[in-house]
Design a protein around this ligand. Structure first.
Ligand SMILES: Cc1cc2nc3c(=O)[nH]c(=O)nc-3n(C[C@H](O)[C@H](O)[C@H](O)COP(=O)(O)OP(=O)(O)OC[C@H]3O[C@@H](n4cnc5c(N)ncnc54)[C@H](O)[C@@H]3O)c2cc1C
Length: 374
């Protein structure tokens, strides 16, 4: 049977995963990418592929959906966590808490690994092709469009050994967190702000001072970067025959921004819906929505706790198995879901395209023409 070609807009982890899975099932695939290379939005920084939300190890899950780990993917079993006015707490787990991956345009990154897999399977990637309008069916994975969280940080060279640190402190990362990840002579230090974006320089300086005063990292050849993340929950992710995946669908961990898992899984689910002829909305609502909603409620609760709450969390991470503790709190709970209406009201999507005329809209990311959209 001849399979209909699939167009994908955006060569991030979501779009590339969809392309890889579709090619494995014999679909001709063309990906449009606005930049000259994949991973352009990222900066050679380390990120954590979280390993707590599913019982199954994330690398096993990737293998199952047809994604190879041909990129830097290092298990981290421990980390030090800081909260105000308390001694640093060490969390440890036999199961990796997260896998450290690198993001960006250089060799070894998740982005380059996915690109290589896609190209070797025969996915066509058209670089320097920005598509703002597209008629007809497509998968859209164009990434975040609004800032619900802002990240500022540095990548650097160092002589420190491989380790991971996290900080919960509103004076360093208001309603967010800061982290320092070291691997094989390179480091990434970032503060993630969920408030007071305009004071990003001040919070960046405070984070730098904090890490200098506490662990005195040896920082050389640093390069500064800044970026943002976007989350929202809508009832449908099919708009004008387009299936939205990854952060362009608002799929993001609303609590702490661990969006890579959502991006990859939603790309897989969009591909699966085309392969099987099944309903994409039904698939993501079943597989992703309960966790997505819980993360929104977690954000709502996290914003209410202050230093005492941060100390409680740090202590819990240290005293229990951090993967089990996080899995319990990241997954669906009936009582927690009673808070959903309040959480939804508080965090309304910032995605609004004021330039769109809304009539017969074919915009790649504006969904305003849809009656189902808020
Ligand atoms: C500083 C920072 C730290 C992070 N840390 C973590 C972490 O530790 N763990 C984690 O799980 N997640 C983390 N995230 C989130 C994670 O990076 C994202 O959720 C994930 O990359 C989203 O993937 P995506 O494919 O949806 O979008 P993207 O990765 O943004 O890819 C979208 C692609 O679409 C292209 N594009 C956009 N518009 C168009 C257009 N009109 N036409 C053609 N192409 C277009 C872009 O150039 C880009 O290549 C972090 C994010 C940031 C910014």
């Amino acid at each position: 049977m001849i399979k209909e070609p699939v167009n994908i807009i955006g060569a991030g982890p979501a779009g590339l995963t969809a392309g890889i899975v579709l090619r494995r099932h014999g679909f001709p695939v063309r990906v449009y990418e606005m930049s000259s290379e994949v991973g352009h939005r990222l900066n050679g920084d380390f990120q954590g592929l979280e390993n707590w939300t599913s019982e199954k190890d994330i690398t096993g899950l990737l293998r199952e959906i047809g994604i190879e780990t041909n990129f830097l993917c290092v298990p981290y079993h421990r980390g030090i966590i800081y909260a105000p006015e308390m001694k640093p707490a060490e969390m440890k787990s036999e199961r990796p808490i997260f896998y450290l991956v690198k993001r960006g345009t250089m060799p070894g990154t998740l982005d380059m690994g996915l690109k290589e897999q896609a190209l070797s399977l025969g996915v066509e990637i058209l670089f320097n092709h920005r598509l703002d309008k597209f008629d007809g069916k497509a998968i859209v994975g164009t990434g975040p469009k609004g800032a619900d969280a802002v990240a500022v940080g540095i990548t650097f060279e160092t002589k420190m050994k491989d380790q991971a640190f996290a900080v919960l402190d509103d004076n360093i990362a208001p309603k967010g967190y800061a982290y320092l990840l070291i691997n094989q002579g390179y480091g990434t230090m970032v503060t993630v702000l969920y408030r007071e974006y305009k004071r990003e320089n001040e919070y960046f300086e405070r984070m730098l001072k904090f890490f200098r005063d506490t662990i005195n990292p040896d920082i050389r050849n640093e390069r500064r970067f800044g970026c943002y993340g976007n989350f929202f929950i809508w009832d449908t992710q099919i708009h004008h025959e387009k299936l939205y995946v990854g952060e362009s669908a608002g799929f993001q961990d609303c609590l702490w921004g661990f969006g890579m898992r959502y991006a990859i899984l939603s790309g897989y689910l969009a591909a699966k819906s085309l392969i099987e002829g099944s309903d994409y909305d039904m698939l993501w609502q079943r597989e992703l929505k309960p966790m997505l909603e819980t993360s929104l409620i977690n954000r709502y609760l996290f914003e209410k706790i202050g230093p005492a709450g941060y100390r409680y969390l740090a202590k819990k991470f240290a005293d229990s198995n951090p993967c089990d503790f996080l899995r319990k709190h990241y997954n669906y709970s009936f009582f927690k879901h009673l808070l959903l209406p309040m959480a939804k009201k508080k965090y309304e999507s910032k995605v609004k395209d004021t330039n769109c005329n809304h009539e017969n809209c074919t915009c790649v990311w504006c969904k305003c023409g849809e009656s189902a959209c808020p």
